[in-house]
Every structure is written in structure tokens, then in C-alpha cells.
Write a protein that binds this ligand. Structure first.
Ligand code: HEC
Length: 241
């Protein structure tokens, strides 16, 4: 018993320590079961990201099917340059050009939500701030010195960032301050980013929609089966006392 209590205590302490380290990035609280959000995210992704970032393992037709988008709407809203529905989501940017323009090739987005984490992407997209000395005019709190421009600046505007300098002369990010205003309020902008992250989360594992639905059906079956098994057991043992 004593051993059990000490194991429990160790687990509790470890758990609390783990939770405490979690706060590095803001959580998007996205929901891949929310089809409306996924549809909006797909539209934002095509409009604001696909020009630089491909999603080369993702077919338009699969997205349309999973998100319940009819084919005419698919072509009208998501496919602008004569792609076919069974094409994958690529762009015409040549890696050599990208390298020359940005000094780095924008990563493919198919699996990025899994390799980087949705919290990372959510914070990165909300982390741009004005930095006039940089070639893009912005820097990023999550990825300092990033080559990516602030592509959502029309929506968000361009915030300023306040830094404090500690005794050793290192700068620490303190908070954002309203800078150039954008079209959206802060909450609305967070909503847009949440939709984008949601879409990236979904494409990184399209099966998760099915897996969750299947999981619920399996649990439901097991519950029904539990009742049957219990009744059966009572029936079989009723004469054996
Ligand atoms: C104008 C081209 C361009 C557009 C448009 C663009 N990006 Fe990027 N993005 C880049 C480049 C270049 C990098 C590599 C940045 C680096 O490594 O410094 C990058 C990197 C990233 C990263 C990875 C950061 C990391 O840690 O490696 C994420 C996430 C990202 N972009 C998301 C997006 C999303 C989401 C959109 C659409 C809202 C978008 N990008 C639109 C150019 C672009």
C-alpha cells in the first residue's frame, strides 16, 4: 500500500511538472470534427498558403469528400489554376526559385501539424510583429529571423512587440501591442488561424475523422455487448446456487 502511494505521488509530481512545461505555445483548441471550420480552413489555406506551401500527399477529391464539398463548389472555391479533382495540392513554385527568394524552401504542409504540433503552428501564425530592419518587414516570436512574410497581415494588421532586456543584456518577449490595424478583431483573427490549423491537423491524418467515429461505434457496441453478457451470465447461473 505504501509503495502504491509513493508511486502515485511520483506520478502526480511528474504530471504536474509536465503540465507546467506545456505553456510554451498557445493551444488552438481546434476540433477536426467541425466540418464548417475545416471548410473555412481549406479556403484560407488555398488562398493564403498554397502559393508557397504545397500539400503534396493530399488530393482535392479526398478533401471534397471528407468535408462534404460538392464538385462545382470545389472547383469554384478551392481550385483556381485548372487542376483536376484527383490532383494533389501542389503549386508551381520551383524549389530553386524559392531558395533564391526566401533563402529556404517553404516546407510541404501535408504532415507539418504532426511534426511541429498544432500549438506551434497556431502560435507561429499569431507571432508576427513589425521589424522594419528585416527584408520582410516583420519578425516572429516563435521562429525569430523567419524567412516567411506575414501573409495574413491584411486580416490581422501588424502588431508591435514589447521586449524587456535583462541584466545580462538578453531580450525577452513581453507582450504584443496594437500596431497597424487589420480588417479583423483579435478574436476574429484567432478564429481564422484556428480554422487554418484545424485544416492542417486534418490533412496530416485524414483517417482521424473516421477513426474517431469508429471509436464511438466500437464503444457503443461494447456497452451493448456488456449488457447482453451480463444477462446471459445471470441466465446460465440462475439454477446454480
Ligand atoms: C510568400 C510565401 C509564403 C506563404 C504565402 C506562406 N508561407 Fe509559410 N513559410 C514560408 C517560408 C519561406 C518558410 C520557411 C521559414 C523559415 O524557415 O524561416 C515558411 C515556414 C512556415 C512554417 C514552418 C515554421 C517552421 O518552424 O519551420 C509554417 C507552420 C508555415 N510556414 C505556415 C504557413 C501557413 C499556415 C501559411 C498560410 C496562412 C503560410 N505559411 C504561407 C513562406 C510562405
Amino acid at each position: 500500500m505504501k509503495q502504491f502511494v509513493s508511486i502515485l505521488a511520483v506520478l502526480l509530481i511528474a504530471g504536474t511538472a509536465y503540465a507546467a512545461t506545456e505553456g510554451e505555445y498557445d493551444l488552438p483548441h481546434n476540433d477536426v470534427g467541425d466540418t464548417d471550420s475545416l471548410q473555412r480552413g481549406a479556403r484560407y489555406f488555398v488562398n493564403y498558403c498554397l502559393g508557397c506551401h504545397s500539400a503534396e500527399y493530399v488530393r482535392y477529391s479526398r478533401v471534397a469528400e471528407d468535408l462534404g464539398i460538392p464538385e462545382d463548389q470545389l472547383v469554384e472555391n478551392l481550385m483556381f489554376t485548372g487542376e483536376q479533382p484527383f490532383d494533389t495540392m501542389t503549386n508551381s513554385m520551383q524549389p530553386e526559385d524559392a531558395d533564391r527568394w526566401f533563402g529556404v524552401v517553404p516546407p510541404d504542409m501535408s504532415l507539418l501539424a504532426r511534426s511541429r504540433g498544432t500549438d506551434y503552428i497556431y502560435s507561429f501564425l499569431r507571432g508576427f510583429y513589425a521589424s522594419p530592419d528585416r527584408p520582410t518587414g516583420v519578425d516572429n516570436t516563435v521562429l525569430p529571423g523567419t524567412a516567411m512574410p506575414h501573409v495574413l497581415w491584411e486580416l490581422q494588421g501588424v502588431p508591435n512587440a514589447i521586449f524587456t532586456t535583462d541584466a545580462a543584456g538578453n531580450e525577452h518577449f513581453e507582450q504584443f501591442e496594437r500596431g497597424v490595424p487589420g480588417q479583423l478583431s483579435a478574436e476574429e483573427f484567432d478564429g481564422v488561424v484556428r480554422d487554418i490549423v484545424n485544416f492542417l491537423d486534418y490533412i496530416s491524418e485524414p483517417m482521424q475523422l473516421e477513426r474517431q467515429a469508429l471509436g464511438i461505434r466500437v464503444i457503443a457496441f461494447l456497452l451493448v455487448f456488456l449488457v447482453l453478457a451480463y444477462l446471459l451470465k445471470k441466465e446460465i447461473w440462475k439454477d446454480v446456487k
